[in-house]
Design a protein around this ligand. Sequence first.
Ligand code: V47
Ligand code: SF4
Length: 359
Amino acid sequence: MIDLFTNIRNKIEAGQRVDEAEALALFESNDLLAIGELAAEVNRNKNGERVYFNVNRHINYTNYCVNQCIFCAFSKEDGDDGGYTLTLETIRNKAKEAVAAGATEIHSVGGLHPTMPFEFYLDMLRTIKGVSPELHVKAFTAVEIDYFARISRLSIPEVVAALKEAGLGSMPGGGAEILGKEVRDKICPEKISGERWLDVIEQVHNSGLRSNATMLFGHLENYADRVDHMRRIRELQDRTGGFQSFIPLAFQPDNTRVPGAKGVGGVDALKTLAISRIYLDNFQHVKAYWVMLGLKIAQTALCFGVNDLDGTVIEEKIGHDAGADSPQEIAKERIISLIRNAGRIPVERDTLYNELRVY
Ligand code: V47
Ligand code: SF4
């Protein structure tokens, strides 16, 4: 019998797809270095030695949320200490700070606010674009788009058209969590279903906007749930081609209600990133989001198939409310040296992966 790795290598070289049983076998293997080597080769063929990052800033406009996902330490209910909603003036000032710091992107997501009207989100986009029309606003998850459709009584294409008109440039990949029903019912029972998440994203892609896709791992799911999640995402990408990068998000357990929650270990993180690179042949980019992984694992991931380190971030809240021990922001120079010290070429990109500068 040919061994798993030879078989997968032969398939990749022949331009064939790795199937779900093989992806699962990789998860069950303890040979992290062999998995990493395969992933690194897949990435080298797609992206050479270049590693992307951007200069961005997060703006989380509100942490009030009508959902209560048990893995989320960020959301607050009415009357909780620490609940906030930013004013347009504060949002404008944060966007100004971002421009002064050389940012090309605002990454903006928030809770599902119980009373704020859809107009607020349109005003927010106009406010940010008013600071600088060149700023790319990557905002809102499929969960929020579905919520906006419900509160405004508009269809998804109508919501997306209004957001685009107000300045939305693309969407991040949040809200996917684990798409399969069994796990989703346990970790985020009020959230839209996995099928609805895919349906909304398909409509978003069909309306001409690109997005990312995430996978929250290291909570109650097993390896088969991760493979099933990636299969659904790969199938949607076959239909639309609208995903830019895949981002496995390592679960941060502090202040959450996930029973028996522990952090994600380095081996599991690297294995998951590497397998996603091997399996998701129709994705150009796999991103190591250093906020959740920590800078050391994110840098090491560059040897395990990853070709993107996200950005400078500034004022990250979702991971840090849940105990992430990474910094809340890092300087561009720090990202550049992390990439250089991994023997790779740092490339500053914009949100749509146009290359801005090679370092
Ligand atoms: O959907 C919530 C996750 C996501 C926790 O597309 C948690 O470029 C870990 O999607 N531990 C939002 N993760 C963040 C997100 C994202 C981040 C960076 C870049 C991009 C991109 C997207 O954060 C949520 C959820 O999956 N999350 N709580 C937690 N305790
Ligand atoms: Fe709300 Fe999003 Fe947190 Fe779920 S993950 S509780 S939808 S903010």
